[in-house]
Write a protein that binds this ligand. Structure first.
Ligand SMILES: [Zn+2]
Length: 280
């Protein structure tokens, strides 16, 4: 059975803010940022809050995932961006260790210029191999919505990404339904979600899918646009999420919603409840 939770705010202190949020939203798994999602600053964290968060998660039996800053792009043609991205991933892994995270999720990135594609995959290798060889949280690559010569958007592109790091065992995949839909996988057609997850397993093998982002979409299939919608109220639709939760590749996996939450937890609580109904 999948474990269902949500992206979880941490502003004001990770234990102080995230733990009550998990309880209110009914989250069985947490995903947090450890730095500003749209900035490069790398805050040190507060050891007292980290310890309280660790013990709070242990009491609840919840697992935590870190989402790296959305600015991370290790395929960038700009050297400074690659440097900052690599430092941001290293920071996310350090902070992830402090809060007991199982893995750090990051976006696959893009070469921006098609002529930079081969060099971008070399950058992926140089940046990721040393991080993958460390102890601590694993790394999970999340295929993007596409555009800008993405390094991985459609699931079959993941083969080249994994080739770049010699199929390192500590690299996994985070599958985001809204991104896959934007990249042109027709998840809404009956059997479409199943076919996409079959293709994912065929491409990267059993056991590489380690996290799911369950998001409906405000846009059409293949739009390359990444605008998340409440589960069942978007263009992907509820039936696709039922298929997702029945697919053998998601058995026992954490499923995290990153849907619009409003000012408090209510949006996430509703989405978690919807997915739990489909699961149980
Ligand atoms: Zn996502």
């Amino acid at each position: 059975m999948s474990v269902i939770g949500s992206h979880t705010p941490t502003a004001g202190g990770i234990a102080r803010t995230a733990l009550p949020y998990l309880d209110a939203a009914g989250s069985e798994v947490a995903q947090v940022y450890v730095s500003n999602s749209r900035g490069w600053a790398l805050p040190p964290g507060d050891p007292a809050q980290d310890d309280l968060f660790l013990s709070g998660c242990a009491e609840r039996g919840t697992t935590t995932y870190v989402h790296a800053s959305l600015l991370v792009n290790i395929g960038s043609p700009t050297a400074e961006t690659v440097e900052r991205s690599t430092a941001t991933l290293a920071h996310a892994l350090r902070r992830g260790t402090a809060i007991g995270a199982r893995a750090v999720v990051f976006h696959a990135g893009s070469a921006v210029d098609p002529a930079h594609y081969d060099a971008a995959l070399k950058q992926v290798r140089e940046a990721l191999l040393p991080l993958l060889d460390q102890d601590g949280p694993e790394l999970l690559v999340e295929p993007s919505a596409g555009g800008g010569r993405s390094l991985a958007s459609r699931v079959e592109h993941l083969a080249e990404y994994f080739d770049a790091v010699d199929w390192h065992p500590r690299l996994g995949v985070c599958f985001d339904t809204c991104h896959a839909w934007a990249a042109g996988h027709d998840l809404a057609t009956p059997g479409g979600m199943t076919a996409t997850l079959d293709l994912l397993t065929e491409t990267v093998g059993v056991g590489r899918l380690r996290l799911v982002h369950a998001n409906d979409s405000k846009d059409t299939c293949g739009s390359l646009r990444d605008r998340h919608e409440t589960i069942g109220q978007g263009s992907i639709g509820t039936a696709a999420f039922a298929e997702l939760l029945r697919h053998p590749s998601t058995a026992g996996l954490p499923v995290v919603v990153e849907t619009p939450s409003g000012k408090t937890h209510e949006g996430h609580a509703a989405d978690i409840a919807t997915l739990r109904d489909l699961r149980d």
